[in-house]
Design a protein around this ligand. Structure first.
Ligand SMILES: [Mg+2]
Length: 401
């Protein structure tokens, strides 16, 4: 049994370095900040020189600058992150049908049975590390383990640009001395409780009575004890993205007050959703839209398509008519597009070829090829040009637990 966990290092900050075309490097003290101009807000990511001074994601900018005066501050670019994230996932998907995207910058890979095709897991780990570096310019740390927990602990063990194998043989030696918070699911509250029991390291936890832990923490106590002992039987069923659907939304810098404004914002979201569908090799059977208003209330509408599709123009036809039904003149703050009922089945051959449909598909394939090569910014339909990236949000549809 073997699992890999692949983690992009300092993801947002690394993207900023790569995109700077040589202006910055990985040794540049750089922070990606919520609002660098106004100097409030928080740090979203930082390069290692800044991290070494104790700066962490979530820290107020002012505090970070006190630790590293003069660090370069750059604004986030979520569209670019999503673009790199997708390209990263496409590389990972080459090596196993069982992968799980975890947040924007991590993926698990169940490698069971794939050794015969791609060689031993350790070789694959290095291959992935090198491919991501060569093709995206980003570094990853990779953990190889007997289960998902061990793989995750492995990728955390050494960063950046590293591979670590964690298995039943070295678990005690490498993991037991670590503070108990290094274990997944051990948050601040749990750690504080454990401290009162005298449990400080993973090893302490592993050697605490499982019965006692169950008495104190309930079912979670059993999980804690099992994890401290390197036990985990979580499995990847399939890509959760494929089950749940794909969605994208945007918060507008000014409320959209007429149908045309609403529709051009929706078109941009539809393009991204459709592009994702095509990279996943899926088609959607249901498409929906949602509006959110200034008072944070919201409403939505969806419809089932007569034939599942991944064509931007066909999805947008439905999106547009849904928008006409839903929009009644109330200013809209946020719009979103969501597709569900995804299917990977090959498209049915139509008895009478629909040439318009084929033309649309060809257009999509051509724009995708350009996007793959030059990034999502290269092509935008004229209807979406009035928006710039800074207005885009909600690029992390995959919730970390
Ligand atoms: Mg990461």
């Amino acid at each position: 049994m073997s699992f890999l966990h692949v983690d992009l290092n300092s993801f947002y900050a690394s993207c900023a370095v790569v995109k700077s075309n040589g202006q910055y490097c990985f040794d540049t003290p750089l922070m990606v900040c919520g609002d660098p101009k106004r100097r409030h807000g928080i740090v979203l990511a930082a390069t290692y020189p800044v991290k070494r001074t104790g700066v962490r994601a979530g820290m107020p900018i002012r505090e970070a600058l006190a630790r590293y005066p003069g660090a370069v501050m750059v604004a986030p670019d979520f569209r670019m992150y999503m673009d790199y994230s997708d390209r990263f996932m496409r590389i990972v998907r080459c090596y196993s049908p069982l992968i799980m995207r975890y947040g924007i910058d991590e993926a698990y890979l169940d490698y069971g049975g794939c050794e015969r095709i791609f060689g031993p897991p350790l070789d694959l780990a290095h291959k992935l590390r090198e491919r991501v570096k060569n093709e995206l310019g980003l570094t990853v740390s990779v953990g190889v383990g007997d289960n998902m927990l061990m793989a995750k602990m492995g990728s955390d063990y050494k960063k950046p640009d590293a591979v670590t194998v964690i298995n039943a043989e070295n678990w005690q030696k490498l993991i037991w001395p670590m503070p108990v918070q290094s274990l997944m699911y051990v948050g601040k509250a749990t750690a504080a409780k454990l401290y009162t029991l005298g449990v400080r390291t993973v090893g302490d936890l592993a050697q605490t009575s499982a019965t006692l832990l169950k008495e104190i923490f309930g079912v979670c106590g059993t999980t804690l004890w099992r994890n401290a002992n390197g036990m985990d039987d979580t499995r990847i069923n399939c890509d959760p993205e494929q089950q749940k659907g794909v969605s994208k939304s945007i918060t507008l810098s000014q409320d959209a007050c007429n149908l045309e404004e609403v529709c051009s914002a929706l078109l941009m979201q539809t393009e991204d959703v459709a592009y994702r569908l095509r990279t996943l090799g899926m088609r959607a059977g249901v498409v929906g839209i949602h509006f959110r208003y200034g008072d944070m209330s919201g409403e939505g509408k969806q419809r089932t398509l007569s034939t599942p599709t991944d064509a931007t123009a066909e999805l947008y036809d439905s999106v547009r008519s849904l928008a006409k039904e839903l929009f009644h003149g109330r200013p809209v703050r946020q719009v979103g597009v969501r597709v569900t009922k995804l299917t990977a089945e090959p498209e049915q051959l139509l008895l009478f070829a629909d040439t318009a449909h084929e033309r649309r598909l060809r257009l999509d394939r051509a724009t995708d090829a350009l996007r793959d090569r030059y990034g999502t910014e290269v092509l935008r339909r004229a209807g979406t040009l009035c928006f710039d990236h800074d207005e885009i949000d909600d690029f992390t549809p995959f919730v970390k637990n």
